[in-house]
Structures are given as structure tokens and as C-alpha cells.
Design a protein around this ligand. Structure first.
Ligand code: ADP
Ligand code: MG
Length: 729
């Protein structure tokens, strides 16, 4: 056995579950103790400052310098009392990871006296050396300045001895350089448009927020085993490796008891999360071996997204303490289920109503139907943009690849709601007769509460499923920063609501229709227009590919193609008219994403070349020599080669030669294609080349390597195997 593989296995077997001490207090009592929340703000500052800050948090009011100084003072005292020595602005640049730059509170005053300082200026703005973050050409190097600016909507928190202040990240000229700014703008936009529409039903509504609950799937792999594989270490996934005799066929992992080592990791993680105000609620095994899922309770969207980013950081950090590596890659192991991030999404009013929750009265039903149908219409009209928002090199393996479901965006709503929409659709044109109205209301009212009881009617193959009081967008990749897709979802729904409002107002003002009639009439048309996006069947089936095709729904199965939609005239127009992103920002992001894609594939291709040439081929040759010696021995004994006794051995030698040859050949060809691609100046062409010319070699090379894994003596195989990675406990 390869030394590295042997040692990794030894080490992995010696890893025992770590003891985790449950805090003395209940979890509800430690919840948020490491964040500067309303309670701590109140305790550390004046009532006046507290109220101004609250207004900023909930209503986005600007904070003046004096208040910022007061808040900074309070934050400093609070943080230092908890042992913090440093502070940092914490932000989400377009690298996909989070970034921080630590500064000490410690300082010397003009007379050389040591003290702890922190003021409003430092709280509100920092200038990290931004030149190393992706900007898609927005910042020329001579103005390589970027600013982080405090986001009071997300509470500051302490990790270890550092006070982390959530911020946005913008360029000197004001363009956004992070995921958060567009998200915040989309939230403002949906607040406006959804509030306008919600006020048809209730004049007391003054604000609508988008709520998100993010289920995070991941793999937990022993660190020693993960580190023993160059591909897992560098690309987060296994580029080669034959599937084990047992995979997930038995479904024995799903909802099974959580292995002890993993459980102690999860408990440790949960305690840290709870202290940081991340409301983790559920944990369970997923379908694949060593795959798990964790879900917090839903929160206001931008907070939920911050919490998900923070959670991913924590998961990695705490995993190290437990000798685990967390894999967020969308498809670390071929033949085994991939990981996603299910974004449960809804809208909620300041009167405490979930706008996607079917109510009991006709009025709230109409309100529910309005938001429900408008969301479906938004997805219908913008399916390709939504598809673009979830595309990445990793997610390509989950969407539309060999073993993945097709990447067709569709919406599942269940049997009862389908009936409700069918009924609405068939109401006659023009004004509703009183009878029609009563009948409609009665039928609709009669049906909707059933939805809540209808738990069996859950389609797990739909990328966007309505699940009783929210939509679950399941196609988001597990490694993604979900701000991107949530920005798009909020934007397209908000934009649709705006159109809806103007159509309804038109009917009321110009056609003198009653409000309810006008709403029903517009909804009926929306149902008709968006019908083709609704699909209730098996989204993983081949049949669906055909149906979708005949309906004219797109099935875009790779990132370069998917991303193009973002820079279409319509998309840019929508980003611009909704003031979520300027054309410059959209183009910059497009470039960054293409570059990201190219780099990921380039790295994978290099690793694949290295592993196959440096690990697989030498091993294959060693083994082949052993066989040759063996056959030579045969010759010695039998005088000449004996077909019956030596035939199979000779065949083996030939097979090994064949695979060695094909690997060498394909790696060479792949490297050539890479060279050609690298010379291309145009990013789009380069990404296409990587996608269509380089990637096809991956499966060819893998096929030959995996065949060799089956032929070659396990004793000398250098790479840790699937079985060992997935089943060593
Ligand atoms: P399942 O595995 O059945 O999909 P989970 O309980 O794992 O369900 O996750 C459901 C997620 O949906 C949770 O994060 C939950 O907080 C979230 N959720 C529930 N109601 C809403 C809502 N109104 N808006 C957004 N998310 C919601
Ligand atoms: Mg779910």
C-alpha cells in the first residue's frame, strides 16, 4: 500500500470522537451571547443612541458621526469585556469566501501611553488592500481602492478574540465589489413593490421583508484521509477513484443514527453557532455516506445569508478540531449524491403575516394567491436568469451532468394548488358575476387549508417546490454564496409585482373595475401565461427533458452557456431599471465568474494530469513488471509460454499497457487543449474552450485510471480509495 495511504488510514482509525462539554446554561440562554445584539446595545449605550441604532437596523436610517462614535464606544467596551483584542471588518468579496483584516484595539497616544482605541470612523469605514480581490476590471490598479462600510443590519460578533463587524464592500467609484450590496438593493426593491401590492389587502402594512431558511448539505471526511488525496485537498473532490461495491444503494445512511464522531462535531458547531446568534435547528444524515445536512430557522434574508457564510467558516474551523475536513463541493464523489443548499424563501410583512401562507379567509387567500401566482410568473419569465444565478463549475455536476437531474427550471405546487389555479384560470372573461365570485371564493377557501396537511405531496425532484408556506429553491450549489441567487429571485419577483400592480391599477382606474375583480382578472392571465413552467412529475426523468423541450423550456447544462444570460439586453435592463446593478457591475461580475470557472477547471485538469502521471502510471508499471516477471517464470518452468497457464496473465499485462497508453495519450492531448485555451484572450471563448475541449478528457482519463485501480494489487495502490474515504469510521 502506498505509504501516504497507509499512514492516513492508520491516523484516521486512531481518531476518536472528541468530548464536547455542553454549556452549563440552556441553549436558549446562550443564544446570541457573542453578538452585539439589541440587549447588549441597550446595556452599553444611552437610550437615545439605542433608538437611533434600532431605526438604522430596522428601517435603514442613516447614522450620523456622533452616534457612530457612541456605538463604537459601546461596542468596544462590550467586546473588550469579552476578551477581544482586535477588530475587523468582515465582508463577502466575490471570491466566494469571507474576508477580514484584523486591527488591534491597542494603540499608543501622542505621549506614548498605551490604551485601547476604537471610534466611529473605524467602525463605519475601513480601506482593506483591495487589489487582491476580484473586481472584473472595475478598479484599475492606480485606483486600487476599495472601502468596507458598516452594515448595521447585521450584528457585530466575536470569534476567538476578534470583534467582527459585518460590512459591505464597494470600490472607490461606488461600484459594489461584494455579494451583499446587490442583495440589500434587491431587498429594498421587493420591500417597495411587495408592500404596494400587500396594501391592496391590508392598509396597515408598511414593510415587507424577504425571509430565507438555508438548508446546508455537506460531506464530513476524516482529515487525514482527505489530505492523503491531492484532488480532495486541492479541488475539494475526487477526480478519479473507482466506486466502491457499496455506495448509497441501501439508503441506510439517510435519517439513520448520526455516527458518534460526526455528532460530537455537530454539537460543538451548534454551540458555537447558537452563541453567535445563528439559530441552528435541525441536523441529520443525508442520502450519501458521510453526507449531512444542517438547517437554521429562517431569518431576514441578508442576515440569513451572512449567517450562512459565517456558518461555512465555522464549519471548516471546528472540523479541524475534530480531525475532519468539510467538503462543500457540489459533487465530491461521482456515483454518490451531490450537495446543495436549499433556499427556503418567502415574504413577510411588518404586521407579522407570511404572504405565502394560505390564510383562512377569502381576503387572505386572495392575498396569498396574488403573491403565489406572481412568484410563479416571475420564475416563468426569468427561468434562464435564475438558472444563471446558480451556475458554477461545481454545480454543473449537479445540474444536467451525467448522473444529475436535468437543469431545467420548473415549479412544483402540488395537487391542491394545481386544482385551485385550474379553477381560477377557467373563470370567464371580464367581470366576475357574483355567483362566480362566491363559487370561486368558496372553492378556493375550501381547498387551501388542506395544503398544510398535505405533507406527502412533496416533490423532491423539483428545483423550485412550493412547500406549504414558502418556496424551496433546491438547485443552489452547496458551496455558493446564496446572496447571488437570492438577489435574482427577489429582483424578478419584485419586478413582477410592480407590473402586476400597474395592471391592476389600470383595470381599477381606467376600466372602473372593483379591486377584487381586477386582481382576479390579472391573476387569471398570469396563470395562463406561466403554465409551462409548472411541472408536477419526476424532474429527474428523461421524459421531462422531452416534455420541457416541447414546451420550449431551456435545459442549459454548463456554466459558460448559463452565465451568458446575465449580460443579455433584457437582464442588464432589469438590473439597471431596478437599480440593483449597473451595466458595469453586471459585466464585471460576468467576467469574474467566467474567470473563476476557467481557473477551477484549469486547476482540476492540472491535478488530474499530475495524479495520473505521477501516481497511477508509475504504480501501473511497477505492477506490470511484477506480472512480467511472473510470466517469465512461467516460461522458465514450462519451457515456452503455456496458453492455459499464462494466457490470463499476459492479457492482464496487455490491458495494463492499453490503459497506460491511453492515459499518457489523453493527458497529453488535454494539456495541448489547455495551452490553446490559455492563449485565448476573450474570456468567453476561453471558458467555452475549457468547457468543451478540456473537460471531455476528464472522464476519459478517469475511466482508464479507475480500470487500473481494479486491476492493480491493492497492496501497492497509492491513493486512498472511495471505500476508505466514505466508510472508515
Ligand atoms: P425539509 O428538510 O423538510 O425541507 P427543514 O426543516 O430541514 O425542512 O427546513 C425547512 C427550512 O425552511 C427551515 O430553515 C425553515 O426555517 C425554513 N422556513 C420555514 N418557514 C419559512 C418561511 N416563511 N420563509 C423562509 N423559510 C422558511
Ligand atoms: Mg429541504
Amino acid at each position: 500500500m502506498g505509504t501516504i495511504r497507509f499512514q492516513a488510514l492508520q491516523t484516521a482509525l486512531s481518531h476518536k470522537p472528541k468530548k464536547v462539554k455542553e454549556p452549563a446554561k440552556k441553549r436558549s440562554e446562550i443564544f446570541g451571547e457573542n453578538i452585539f445584539n439589541a440587549e447588549s446595545i441597550k446595556a452599553y449605550t444611552t437610550k437615545e443612541t439605542f433608538l437611533i441604532l434600532l431605526d438604522a437596523i430596522h428601517n435603514g436610517k442613516k447614522i450620523d458621526r456622533k452616534t457612530a462614535d457612541q456605538v463604537a464606544l459601546a461596542m468596544k467596551s462590550w467586546a473588550i469585556q469579552r476578551g477581544a483584542t482586535h477588530f475587523t471588518h468582515w465582508f463577502q468579496p466575490l471570491t466566494g469566501a469571507t474576508a477580514e483584516k484584523h486591527d488591534a484595539f491597542f494603540d499608543l497616544d501622542s505621549s506614548g501611553v498605551a490604551l485601547e482605541t476604537f471610534d466611529g470612523g473605524k467602525l463605519v469605514q475601513q480601506e482593506p488592500d483591495a487589489s487582491s480581490f476580484p473586481n472584473g476590471g472595475i478598479r484599475n490598479t492606480f485606483e486600487a481602492r476599495g472601502y468596507t462600510a458598516w452594515d448595521p443590519g447585521s450584528p457585530a460578533f466575536i470569534i476567538g478574540t476578534t470583534l467582527c463587524i459585518p460590512t459591505i464592500f464597494v470600490s472607490y467609484t461606488g461600484e459594489s465589489l461584494d455579494y451583499k450590496v446587490p442583495l440589500l438593493k434587491s431587498l429594498m426593491f421587493i420591500d417597495q413593490t411587495a408592500t404596494d401590492v400587500a396594501r391592496y389587502f391590508d392598509k396597515n402594512i408598511n414593510k415587507v421583508i424577504s425571509t430565507i431558511g438555508i438548508e446546508q448539505e455537506y460531506f464530513l471526511i476524516d482529515k487525514a484521509l482527505a489530505d492523503s488525496r491531492p484532488d480532495i485537498q486541492l479541488a475539494g473532490r475526487m477526480l478519479i477513484g473507482h466506486q466502491p461495491a457499496k455506495g448509497q444503494q441501501l439508503d441506510d445512511h439517510y435519517f439513520g443514527s448520526i455516527p458518534e464522531r460526526a455528532l460530537s462535531y455537530m454539537r460543538d458547531l451548534e454551540i458555537e453557532c447558537i452563541r453567535l446568534g445563528i439559530p441552528i435547528k435541525t441536523r441529520h444524515n443525508e442520502v450519501a455516506p458521510n453526507q449531512f445536512e444542517l438547517a437554521p430557522i429562517h431569518e431576514e434574508a441578508s442576515l440569513a445569508v451572512d449567517h450562512n457564510s459565517l456558518l461555512m467558516d465555522l464549519m471548516q474551523k471546528i472540523a479541524k478540531k475534530h480531525n475532519f475536513t468539510v467538503l462543500f463541493h457540489e459533487k465530491p464523489f461521482s456515483g454518490v449524491n451531490g450537495s446543495g443548499k436549499h433556499n427556503n424563501w418567502s415574504l413577510s410583512t411588518d404586521t407579522g403575516v407570511n404572504l405565502l401562507s394560505p390564510g383562512k379567509t377569502p381576503k387572505s387567500n386572495l392575498q396569498f394567491l396574488t403573491f403565489f401566482i406572481n412568484t410563479i410568473k416571475a420564475v416563468h419569465d426569468n427561468a434562464d436568469l435564475l438558472r444563471a444565478s446558480i451556475s458554477s463549475a461545481g454545480n454543473d455536476h449537479r445540474l444536467g451532468a451525467n448522473e444529475a437531474p436535468p437543469s431545467i427550471i420548473s415549479v412544483f405546487i402540488g395537487k391542491h394548488l394545481t386544482e385551485v389555479l385550474d379553477e381560477l384560470e377557467n373563470v370567464s372573461d371580464g367581470r366576475l358575476t357574483p355567483e362566480e365570485k362566491t363559487e370561486l371564493k368558496l372553492n378556493v377557501v375550501g381547498k387551501i387549508p388542506e395544503i398544510l396537511l398535505d405533507n406527502t405531496d412533496r416533490n423532491r425532484t423539483s428545483p423550485m417546490a412550493f412547500t406549504g408556506n414558502k418556496f424551496e429553491f433546491r438547485a443552489v450549489g452547496s458551496s455558493a454564496n446564496c446572496a447571488k441567487s437570492m438577489t435574482v429571485l427577489n429582483m424578478i419577483v419584485a419586478n413582477q409585482l410592480k407590473k402586476f400592480k400597474s395592471e391592476v391599477d389600470h383595470l381599477i382606474d381606467e376600466k372602473e373595475m372593483k379591486k377584487d375583480d381586477a386582481i382576479f382578472n390579472v391573476l387569471r392571465e398570469l396563470i395562463k401565461e406561466s403554465k409551462k413552467i409548472r411541472f408536477e412529475g419526476d424532474g429527474y426523468s428523461n421524459e421531462w427533458v422531452e416534455i420541457a423541450n416541447s414546451r420550449g423550456l431551456k435545459n442549459i447544462n454548463n456554466t459558460p452557456e448559463a452565465l451568458k444570460v446575465q449580460i443579455s439586453k433584457e437582464s442588464i435592463g432589469m438590473f439597471e431599471s431596478t437599480q440593483i446593478m449597473s451595466p458595469l457591475e453586471v459585466h464585471a461580475r460576468y467576467e469574474i465568474e467566467l474567470e473563476n470557472y476557467i481557473k477551477k477547471i484549469q486547476i482540476e485538469s492540472r491535478i488530474l494530469g499530475d495524479i495520473s502521471q505521477n501516481h497511477i502510471i508509475p504504480t501501473a508499471i511497477t505492477y506490470q513488471n511484477k506480472l512480467i516477471e511472473n510470466v517469465r517464470g512461467h516460461k522458465e518452468i514450462f519451457g515456452s509460454l503455456h496458453k492455459e497457464f499464462s494466457g490470463e496473465q499476459v492479457k492482464l499485462i496487455q490491458q495494463i499497457s492499453k490503459y497506460i497508453g491511453s492515459i499518457i495519450n489523453d493527458v497529453e492531448l488535454m494539456t495541448e487543449e489547455r495551452k490553446i485555451a490559455n492563449k485565448l484572450e476573450d474570456l468567453e471563448k476561453k471558458a467555452d474552450a475549457y468547457c468543451n475541449k478540456v473537460i471531455p478528457y476528464f472522464s476519459k482519463i478517469r475511466y482508464a485510471c479507475d480500470k487500473l485501480e481494479l486491476l492493480i494489487d491493492d497492496e501497492i495502490w497509492p491513493l486512498t480509495k472511495y471505500r476508505e474515504i466514505l466508510f472508515t469510521r
